[in-house]
Design a protein around this ligand. Sequence first.
Ligand SMILES: Cc1cc2nc3c(=O)[nH]c(=O)nc-3n(C[C@H](O)[C@H](O)[C@H](O)COP(=O)(O)O)c2cc1C
Length: 335
Amino acid sequence: MLKLKSLTLKSNVIQSPMAGCTDLAYRILSRRYGMEFAFLEMVSAEALVRGHAGTHELMKTSPEDRPLGAQIVGCRPEAMGEAAAIVEGMGYDLLDINFGCPVPKVAGQGAGSALLAQPEKAEQIFRSVVKAVKRIPVTVKMRLGVADGSGREAARIARIAQDCGLDAITVHGRTRVQGYSGQADYEAIARVREAVSIPLIGNGDVLCGEDAERLRRTAGVDGVMIGRGGLGNPWIFKQIERSLSGDRSPVQEPDLATKKRVLLEHLELELAHREERTVIAHMRRIACWYFKNLPGVAQFRGRINVCQSAVELRHLIESFDGQGPTGTEDVAAAA
Ligand SMILES: Cc1cc2nc3c(=O)[nH]c(=O)nc-3n(C[C@H](O)[C@H](O)[C@H](O)COP(=O)(O)O)c2cc1C
């Protein structure tokens, strides 16, 4: 169980926000196979305040898509407060503040992971957001630091967050400079655990129950956040929950027929929520998530890249036999 102010989750395994990945179809599908809580991808606070149409498209949801958190990114305290109030008014269950995004377009403007080095600005943002939000929990998701991987920078920001009244903290065990390279450092996340008493969620490289157990044991986290491990693998949430509850029975990996069935289900959900043209482009990545590491996936990718219709896409998926030449697909690259 994970209790975050007014929000009580039965599961302490949650889905991270992932731009271009955790869309409505992805979330509905993952919920069917065991995910309880998810995030929208991050949205710009400034764009939200301006009422930018593309931002509203990114925030599309449905009644079955609950409980659901939204995440805002930005660096102007006033805009962050205004955006937070808009998010609460739209009916989401939790508001997260992005202190982790490393991409130059975001961090270069002083937002996302750049805020880890600016404690005063961080405090202004936290105060502005907490003041603007009336009911739902407010959380922050951060990296370990800009370049210092010890966890000291994150611990300092975490203490400020706690003093400002935030309800939980998520730490991804890498620095901004690291991007997605190297391994997430759970010992450095433990530094943040020592610094605060509010709920702490650990994140980074959790791909199986053992990873989640190691994260919990090393860093004393209350919850585990899954990012890339959920792509093409909606079963991961239940598997990890089972493992964290002490169940040591062997994990039943889905066979190819099951993966194909669920991928086709994912395709139908995408088609229900977007235009066919957009779905085809998006499915080029999604389909490869499901077949990652299977022989023939590189050939499959080649075929899917020139596919022009949903009918053709269905046929390609149905006829994939996992028998072609061996080649691996990197989910981070494919994401
Ligand atoms: C394609 C992609 C998009 C992401 N988008 C976001 C985002 O919008 N907000 C955020 O806080 N983190 C984002 N992240 C970071 C993930 O949420 C997560 O912290 C990171 O991938 C580490 O967890 P993992 O090893 O389980 O994937 C993104 C990561 C990837 C690979």
